[in-house]
Design a protein around this ligand. Structure first.
Ligand code: UDP
Length: 344
């Protein structure tokens, strides 16, 4: 492991949920960090606590475009580039599928070229979505997946698959030193109330006493990783020596059905919300669970935060957010949700 204190990191998508936690962890380890984010789904609130941090800077830009001069020609010589820039929730990435695909492909290419210029190490955050609706369970990295390349999720799934291709092509031709993480479902504080994913939806609905939306019969499964575990995995992967030379799954292998998740959230919040069933989205994967043998072997990493502990912390954070909204007049989570979706 190298000395993380010498790190000068560019984090794209750093105003987002995972990105902002990653920035906190990098700064805590002594790194200097520049965040690039378009605020498409990231939020200034996630970084507000860093306003006076001398080792932190923010640049508003879209990775699809030529990188801003402040990044390309600035004084900082980046040693590490973490590419987290992309909407990751199905309703958000499907809102503008062309933009999602280009964020994955052009954004990754722009950043790989920049990594080549800077001689910086590059980490792509890919996704369990590369496995599509998997026929192999749990999913090891060697499984090539079952993605519908013409379906509504394809802009993200195929975009990330192409981004992985580009990343390994750069590595093969010696143009960049790379790492690729395949991130499975992750949750925790700083998710958006209007994120649209199952944990944020169910927790916000339970806290507000609204009906809890179960898509389909609720028997589909996911495996949920708490955000601090994910950030630790990403940092260990970036620092791993030698480069794994292949993607690495990061996620929590504890699998449960969406209905079970809803029951657990109801129990821990003491909510009186009722479950309502809504149509299952097209191509929604039936089940998903990471095989993390590679991460354990190469990184010595496995998740530490249990589901109960993680959900409690998440529910507490959303509850505090709702109280702040009332005090500061930002509207309820539900109103924010409507505003967020209208603005996309
Ligand atoms: N889901 C649900 N209710 C919601 C949001 C999502 O039942 O309010 C389901 C969704 O259909 C999927 C699972 O929960 O089967 C996880 O969905 P999410 O959007 O969180 O992530 P992904 O499908 O990308 O894993």
């Amino acid at each position: 492991m190298e000395d993380r204190n010498t790190k000068t990191a560019l984090v794209t998508g750093g105003a987002g949920f995972i990105g902002s936690h990653l920035i906190d962890a990098l700064l805590a380890e002594g790194a200097t960090v520049v965040c690039l984010d378009s605020y498409l789904t990231g939020r200034p609130e996630n970084l507000r606590h860093l306003e006076r941090e001398s080792r932190f800077d923010f640049v508003e830009a879209d990775v699809i475009d030529k990188l801003p001069a402040k990044i390309r020609l600035g004084k900082i010589r980046f040693t590490h580039i973490y590419n987290l820039a992309c909407a990751a929730s199905p309703p958000h990435y499907q809102a503008d599928p062309e933009h999602t695909m280009l964020t994955c492909v052009l954004g990754t290419r722009n950043l790989l070229r920049f990594a080549e210029d800077m001689d910086a190490r590059f980490l792509l955050t890919s996704t369990s979505e590369v496995y599509g609706d998997p026929e192999v369970h749990p999913q090891p990295e060697g499984y090539r997946g079952w993605v519908n390349c013409t379906g509504p999720r394809a802009c993200y799934d195929e975009g990330k698959r192409a981004a992985e291709t580009l990343t390994f092509d750069f590595a093969r031709s010696g143009r960049a030193e790379v790492r690729v993480a395949r991130i499975f479902n992750t949750y925790g504080p700083r998710m958006r109330a209007d994120d649209g994913r199952v944990v944020s939806n169910i927790v916000c609905q339970a806290l507000s006493g609204d009906d809890i939306t179960i898509y389909g019969d609720g028997s589909q499964t996911r495996s949920f990783c708490y955000v601090s575990d994910m950030v630790e995995g990403l940092m260990r992967l970036m620092d791993s020596e030698p480069a794994p030379g292949a993607p690495v799954n990061l996620g929590n292998p504890i699998e449960l059905t969406v209905s079970d998740l809803a029951q657990r959230v109801i129990a821990l919040t003491g909510s009186r919300s009722k479950l309502v069933h809504m149509p299952l989205p097209v191509d929604d994967p039936r089940r998903r669970r990471p095989d993390i043998s590679r991460a354990k072997a190469i990184l010595g990493w496995e998740p530490k935060v249990g589901l109960q502990q993680g959900l409690e912390a998440t529910a507490q954070w959303f509850s505090d957010e709702q109280n702040r909204s009332v005090v500061f007049g930002r509207g309820t989570a539900r109103e924010q949700m409507a505003v967020g979706i209208a603005a996309e």
